[in-house]
Ligand binder design. Structure first.
Ligand code: PLP
Ligand code: COI
Length: 357
């Protein structure tokens, strides 16, 4: 039988485990599933959330009529914890992920996960799996995946009466092989990621289901990352399948303004840092034709951090970005270094983005 217990202060504090002590080859981690000690789970029933339950089994019993399975009533988040230079473990901007999850859950008629519950869940599961946090200097981090879904049955279309909120963690490395090395993006012209007034701005499972095929087609042709254009004109840049688009043009930090893209917390952070580095943040529609004029392009997100994009395949065209398409652009490199330094507490955290576990 699975181990199941209610978290109490004594359980949560009794552990004497240290970050990076699991027998894992930290340097060869990629972004893929790795089993850990436990996840934390809550149930919403009769208008109230249950207490936290730590679950050792990575399986659960779900009703065959669950709305998540039939109708995609499901949303998730993604954030990271880091082992820092001072030996402590810090979580990056969990409050932002909590707020975004509420926007997603509201859109799908799911109950709100209260911010304090969300934060407690994240801290609890990280603390319980602290030995799975990749050690400082390895380049890895602990990826945190909160998930909220309708777990109660409905067959006529309606919101479920029961919900499950769980948070699972796993150690991860680079999303794209090679870390901070440039990738070629492929414009998925034949597909839209989202509809103009659809759910593109919510972090719901359905958006990712829609992206699996274009993403696979792109990968099969040798391009690890795909880019979407706006669903109305097929002309303006939206975002990559799993990250936001950033362009550097002179001293401008350019990023698309669109109602159907996800509000990336990484992008928000970079937009706060950019002015401190002499860049002007410009959010506007960006024509795909403008990529030719950009000095740098990057993908930004929790999983991909900041990944330089040096070439864009658009129909028959191969657009090279910047002067040297094989080098990492200096602004992308600087932004990357700055965010990582804050995340690892190598530098001050002037915006109070991190929280010690
Ligand atoms: N856009 C999409 C579609 C994503 O899946 C993600 C990943 O979470 C992002 C952007 C980046 O968001 P964040 O920086 O909050 O991780
Ligand atoms: C993240 O960056 O946290 C994401 O959610 C991307 C994921 C879909 C791979």
């Amino acid at each position: 039988a699975p181990r199941r217990w209610i978290v109490s202060a004594s359980v949560a504090n009794s552990t004497k485990r240290e970050p990076g002590t699991q027998p894992i080859d930290w340097k060869s981690l990629l972004f893929s599933y790795v089993p850990t000690r436990c996840h934390v789970q809550y149930t919403y029933k009769d208008g109230a959330w249950s207490a936290a339950s730590l679950e050792a089994e990575p399986f659960m019993r779900v009703h065959i009529g669950a709305t998540a399975l039939h109708y995609g009533q499901s949303c998730f988040e993604g954030l990271k914890a880091f082992h820092c230079q001072d030996g402590r473990v810090r979580i990056f901007r969990a409050d932002e992920n909590s707020k975004r999850m509420t926007r997603s859950s509201t859109r799908l008629c799911m109950p709100e996960v209260p911010e304090q519950l969300f934060i407690d869940a994240v801290h609890t599961v990280v603390r319980e799996n602290i030995d799975y946090v990749p050690p400082y200097g390895s380049g890895g981090s602990l990826y945190i995946r909160p998930l909220l879904f309708g777990s109660g049955p409905k067959i006529g279309l309606a919101p479920a009466d029961e919900y499950t909120f769980l948070v699972v963690v796993m150690p991860v490395g680079d999303y794209y092989k090679g870390g901070l090395s440039p990738v070629t993006a492929f414009v998925s012209e034949g597909y839209d990621r989202a509809a103009p007034l659809g759910v593109g701005n919510a972090k719901v499972g359905a958006n990712y289901a829609a992206d699996i095929l274009p993403n696979q087609l792109s990968k099969k042709q040798g391009y690890p990352i795909n880019l979407y254009l706006d669903p109305l004109h097929h002309r303006y840049i939206e975002e990559f399948g799993t990250s936001n688009f950033v362009g550097i043009k002179g001293s401008e930090y350019l990023t698309p303004d669109s109602p159907s893209i996800l509000a990336s917390i990484t992008n928000k952070s970079l937009m706060q840092l950019a002015p401190t580095m002499g860049l002007e943040v410009v959010r506007r529609k960006i024509d795909i034709a403008e990529v030719k004029e950009m000095d740098e392009v990057a993908a930004c997100g929790t999983a991909v951090v900041i990944t330089p994009v040096s070439r864009v395949v658009y129909g028959d065209e191969l657009i090279k970005v910047g002067q040297d398409a094989d080098a990492v652009g200096p602004t992308s490199a600087k932004l990357y270094a700055k965010v990582r330094a804050i995340q690892m507490a190598e530098e001050d955290d002037p915006f109070n983005w991190t929280q010690v576990v």
